[in-house]
Design a protein around this ligand. Structure first.
Ligand code: SF4
Length: 382
């Protein structure tokens, strides 16, 4: 049966790319009438080995278990599509790039390099964008992590054509800050100091937003009883990750309020749940993601916690960073990727593991995601 992509089959020397796996699994499930909702704990496991029969694999090899969901989230998809759309539809200005992007559009080196190769120019600060580009109306994209009002103000002052690719879930936290400040609250914000998202959120009201990272930081806070107090969090943290800090906050300030709905993003939580499930069945886990990607680093930590003494979790930017020694004596490797990582990089990891005997590939799906964000308004108006 060859309903899957024959080109990938050939290219991958018998190992299917993950998109083909999904397509073929879907077809298999449709043909067999398989119900995916079997497990009572809410975790749905797709048990078909990866096309073993269809691709001629024996299933005798060592195992790779892919975590699903993994990779791109809706916010990253939207941010990348934003830059790509501008590049594709740009009117050529002599000697000027089609688009400037402030900071890494998403925290992944490969994504940034790829967009740069298509013509996008990445800058750290708006001051690096020349006046003639601004005058010519070259668009400037704000990254998925958002910016502070100070950056917005500078862009406005210089008359820039801004396309804001801030993830809508991050924008929601910005709006919460403004609303709570208006209502007289002090805000305790759990986040990573220096992360672009945290810088943008705190920048909304530096005098009223108190950033803390760890339980120990709670001791440095000082609010009088009766002070209206609310807790907000960086979207890329997880419930598990913040639990200790939240407990310490509630112990010290038992009147602190939480927002009506959690700030923690669905994609972060889903990827952590999936990698935990995979790590529990493996002796080694490889997370694909960049070192400055908060959610990729956290995925590695979650995987390590689930592995315990049984093995090690490693984070790599791509397959080239893997060390074959990691897999000595390992029978099953779990693989996942951060929310800013293209699946082609995961395919590369699967391919690199194949010569080491890891030829049997399956995956565990813990939830099906169907989130999608439309492109920024500035593009839809064009
Ligand atoms: Fe948005 Fe969540 Fe993706 Fe961050 S991880 S860009 S908050 S969807």
């Amino acid at each position: 049966m060859r309903w899957f992509c024959t080109a990938h089959d050939a290219d991958m020397r018998g190992v299917l790319c993950t998109n083909c796996v999904r397509l073929a699994e879907t077809v298999l499930a449709m043909v067999a009438g398989i119900t995916m909702n079997g497990a009572s704990n809410g975790v749905r496991k797709r048990v078909e080995t990866q096309m073993g029969a269809a691709s001629g694999m024996s299933g005798d090899g060592k195992h790779i278990i892919l975590a699903d969901p993994r990779g791109f989230c809706a916010g990253v998809d939207r941010a990348i599509a934003t830059v790509q759309t501008i590049v594709k539809t740009a009117h050529p200005h002599s000697g000027l790039p089609p688009v400037y992007v402030r900071r890494q559009i998403v925290h992944n080196r490969h994504v940034v390099d790829d967009l740069a190769a298509q013509g996008a120019v990445f800058v750290e600060e708006l001051s690096e964008i020349p006046d003639d580009a601004v005058a010519a109306g070259v668009p400037v994209v704000f990254s998925a992590h958002g910016v502070s009002p100070q950056v917005q103000a500078e862009a406005k002052r210089r008359g820039m054509f801004i396309v804001d690719a801030t993830c809508p879930l991050v924008s929601k936290v910005h709006r919460e800050v403004l609303r709570f400040v208006r209502e007289g609250y002090e805000i305790v914000y759990i986040g990573h100091r220096g992360h672009d998202e945290a810088v943008g959120v705190v920048g909304e009201s530096p005098e009223h937003v108190h950033l803390i990272e760890h339980e120990d930081d709670v001791a440095d806070l000082d609010f009088r009883p009766g002070q209206k107090l609310v807790l907000l969090t960086q979207t890329t943290l997880s419930v598990d990750e913040t639990a200790g800090v939240v407990a310490a906050l509630k112990k010290r300030f038992d009147w602190i309020e939480e927002p009506p709905s959690s700030d923690i993003c669905y994609a972060t939580q889903n990827r952590q749940t999936a990698v935990k499930t995979v790590a529990e069945r493996a002796q080694c886990v490889v997370i694909v993601g960049s070192a400055n990607s908060s959610n990729s680093v956290r995925l590695m930590e979650v995987a390590q916690e689930a592995l315990g003494e049984r093995g090690r979790a490693h984070r790599v930017d791509d397959a080239a960073e893997m060390d074959p020694a990691w897999f000595e004596g390992v029978d099953t490797v779990g693989v996942s990727s951060g929310a800013s990582v293209p699946d082609s990089l995961v395919d590369g990891v699967v391919e690199a593991l194949r010569p080491l005997g890891f030829t049997d590939v399956s995956y565990v799906e813990t939830v099906k995601e169907n989130m999608h964000f439309v492109l920024p308004a500035a593009l839809r108006k064009r």
